[in-house]
Design a protein around this ligand. Sequence first.
Ligand SMILES: Nc1ncnc2c1ncn2[C@@H]1O[C@H](COP(=O)(O)OP(=O)(O)OP(=O)(O)O)[C@@H](O)[C@H]1O
Length: 258
Amino acid sequence: MAKIEINNLYKSYQDTQGNLLNVLVDVNLKIEAGEFLCLLGPSGCGKTTLMNLMAGFEKPTGGTLTIDGLTVSRPDSKHITIFQDYGLFPWRNVLGNVMFGLEAKGINKQAAQAKAEEYLELVGLSQFAKSFPGQLSGGMKQRVAIARALAVEPDIIFMDEPFAALDAFTRYRLQDEVLRIWTEKQPTIIFVTHDIDEAVYLAQRLAIMTPNPGRIQRLIDIKLPRPCNRGDAGLVAYRQQVFQEFELVHAVSNDYSI
Ligand SMILES: Nc1ncnc2c1ncn2[C@@H]1O[C@H](COP(=O)(O)OP(=O)(O)OP(=O)(O)O)[C@@H](O)[C@H]1O
């Protein structure tokens, strides 16, 4: 039994005129425990909807979706979602933010603080424990959000375009940090992105999604050691393959000269 099993999944919404909008059609996917999978596709292909269904925020219109063999019907505290906008509490300092989920689980304050400090260390923010979110850069806020998510030791982490609002340098650094943490802790990670380079660099497996209606067009195993050099020839070859999947490759014209 896979960690997450999705069979013949459909999701429809009604638009404002009452017309049925088929957002996801016949999605089938099995995700193993400890896997790092990216949902990759253009805007509107249903990536977030599929992730929200797995996270229990939405209910399917048809088909089945199980985690550990149990039908997903609501969010589960064993699974954590990290969003693009960090979702930190501005009135709590960094340490307080990371402690939040631990306290919510009923862990006593002393133990929660020790665990929060451990995870702040992991994301390199120990010296900012007493700072408030408003005093941090976007990248630092997202590292706090990652520390807060990891501190509760979730078995699945859902990440919805978590680095989309960050500059390229910060994004690269956080991608490396997520890979390092994934290697160390081995949670299952479902990562939503429309960035081909990011997906190929991070994922063990890509679910390539296409829109109208949203479906999984292809699954691609990325068989590369992690982390690998961003200029690695294997990485470039996978990137090219993905570009071809999206038909983003254009024939080189011979009509110009330099
Ligand atoms: N609650 C809703 N009600 C109606 N339509 C919705 C709802 N949620 C999503 N949709 C529609 O479903 C489609 C897929 O949306 P979704 O956000 O899952 O796509 P996405 O691939 O994550 O896109 P993006 O990369 O832009 O976030 C879109 O056409 C969107 O308008």
